[in-house]
Design a protein around this ligand. Structure first.
Ligand code: SGN
Ligand code: CA
Length: 531
């Protein structure tokens, strides 16, 4: 029997139909795993970009434990977020809905409405044990979990505070990535009912700004000099919103807060915040920290760098700091994998590793995220699959973080609510041939005016082209041919010869805004020539 899985797509213009998902697959229903057979371990980091995972990109990092997940399981090569920012990504992930539907559009003005349908709550109702540890960042506290302990706001790297289920704030000693893993492993080993299936969310603070390494990793990567991205000195020609951002390594990265060049006679905008973070350290941590940074600080100020020399020095320090934080993360993912393996849990557990979004590692001269350009629209996604899910290696299909909730629910045999806009990835994981998978994705970034000054925009990406509209205090369109211009340096919107592509992409964007019911719609700029 052939079944067509309705993936929540509503009627849309014929042109766009091909881009949207109607998955035809045979025998899916019959072969779906029995309810409650599988556990879920969902590990999400903050700001970990695919360029800094060796399974995606061999140039910089060494991440053997993450690579193991990719090697033994699957690695998604076209994995994207719906809104490249922490809180919004978390809300998309929990609800399976785009930001305008789940209400959490930005980090600065929103409080997550806990009355909403989320996958943890549905799993809990279906008999799963649910637990969450680490960064939460949704302003309201977790619901739908049997157990949780989360950090307030962004959390601290050293000796972090945690909010407990009893409503207390307690300080835990140690480096945050280790502490979050300790809490998770303790729950797995000592707190859960071993007879029942579970869903565990491990949400790391790392590798968020300001990239503070564990003391044991401080000396790593110091002998490495990293190649500058080709477009480090981007002039943003033809991309007005890109020119307006405030996330440049050269201009906006803080020498003290971000790069740790603190000295009593030096000041900076974020010096006080840096000192607050350092003051959380105990004396041994502080000694190790100062022993490492003192000679680098002395050397830096003695050299009086400026211009491109200074920008490139900043880039090298940024890369080293970020990679040291990645090392702790990878080690701690290894601890979780070892635990699952040693306790015979890998066979019936889906292990997911992802990030709340990608990040710029000097591409376009930037750090941070937010833009729909590839580095931050993309997010890493690797999975180790339990028995019965036979797909292996690269998964090139286009997926988005709104798909996670439907995936976990269908894996657990729980019905996916109509209101979820994502699509279950389960058909991709079973190893059978899937036809008619979606061929385009919708994106909408809302947080402006705000830190880093990235203007509001929405857009659509298919396998070759990307159309973006920056709006609010600007009205600019950008069109990129990703095949010929993978780094999005050349905005071809309005160029002769692009009329057909522009028209198709405009219609696609329009149909996606209808499909996802986004109240902020494009004001259709199709003129006679384009129609
Ligand atoms: C903080 C950071 C920003 C970052 C946002 C959002 N500034 O405000 O650089 O863009 O978080 O990041 S800091 O001075 O506090 O470090 S997110 O990943 O949580 O969305
Ligand atoms: Ca983030």
């Amino acid at each position: 029997m052939n079944k067509t899985i309705n993936t929540g797509i509503i009627a849309c213009p014929a042109l766009a139909m091909a881009a949207l998902t109607t998955v035809s697959c045979s025998h899916k229903q019959e072969q779906a795993p029995a309810a409650g057979r599988y556990n879920i371990v969902y590990i999400m980091t903050d700001d970990h970009t695919a360029q800094m995972m060796s399974c995606y990109d061999k140039r910089y990092a060494s991440t053997p434990n993450l690579d193991r997940i990719a090697r033994d399981g699957v690695i998604f090569t076209n994995s994207y977020v719906a809104n490249s920012l922490s809180g919004p990504s978390r809300a998309c992930m929990l609800t399976g809905k785009h930001s305008h539907k789940n209400g959490f559009t930005d980090n600065t003005t929103c409080v997550f409405d806990t009355a909403q349908v989320t996958f943890p709550r549905l799993l809990q109702q279906a008999g799963y044990q649910t637990a969450a540890f680490g960064k939460w960042h949704l302003e309201s506290l977790p619901t739908g979990f049997d157990t949780w302990e989360v950090v307030p706001g962004q959390g601290d790297y050293y000796n972090p505070d945690f909010i407990t289920m009893q409503g207390d704030t307690i300080q835990r000693h140690g480096y945050i990535t280790n502490v979050i893993t300790d809490l998770s492993l303790d729950w797995l080993e000592n707190k859960r009912d071993k007879e029942r299936p579970f869903c565990l969310l491990i949400h790391h603070k790392a590798i968020h700004r300001n990239w503070m390494s564990d003391t044991c990793n401080l000396r790593l990567y110091e002998d490495r000099t990293f190649p500058l991205p080709e477009n480090f000195y981007d002039d943003y020609a033809g991309r007005e919103a890109a020119a307006a951002q405030e996330m440049s390594i050269d201009k906006d990265m803080d020498l003290i807060y971000d790069l740790k060049m603190n000295r009593p006679d030096k000041s900076s905008r974020l010096k006080a915040l840096y000192e607050k973070f350092c003051n959380r350290m105990d004396s041994a941590q502080r000694r190790a920290w100062d022993d490492f940074y003192s000679p680098i600080i002395a050397d830096f100020y003695s050299r009086n760098l400026s211009g491109r020399e200074l920008a490139e020095w900043k880039y090298q320090r940024y890369m080293r700091d970020y990679l040291k934080v990645v090392k702790s993360l990878d080690d701690n993912v290894g601890r979780v994998l070892s635990y699952l393996e040693e306790h015979g849990l890998l066979e019936n557990t889906l292990v997911v590793y992802t990030s709340d979004q990608g990040f710029y590692m000097g591409e376009h001269g930037w750090f941070d995220k937010r833009f729909m350009y590839e580095e931050s629209f993309h997010t890493p996604l690797v999975m180790m699959l339990p028995k019965g899910l036979n797909r292996r290696g690269e998964v090139p299909e286009m997926v988005q973080n709104i798909d996670y909730a439907p995936t976990f629910l269908s894996l657990a045999g729980v019905e996916v609510p109509e209101e979820m806009q994502g699509v279950s990835l389960l058909p991709l994981l079973t190893g059978e041939k899937v036809e008619g998978w979606r061929s385009a994705l919708y994106y909408h970034y809302h947080e402006y005016p705000a830190e880093h000054s990235v203007k509001r925009h929405y857009g659509v990406r298919d396998s070759r082209y990307k159309l973006i509209h920056f709006y609010n205090d600007i009205d600019r369109w950008e069109l990129f041919d990703l095949e010929n211009d993978p780094y999005e340096m050349h905005n071809i919107y309005g160029e002769r010869g692009t009329e057909g592509v522009t028209r198709n992409m405009m219609h696609l964007l329009d149909s996606m805004q209808v499909l996802y019911d986004d109240p902020v719609r494009l004001r259709f700029p199709l003129n006679d020539k384009l129609q």
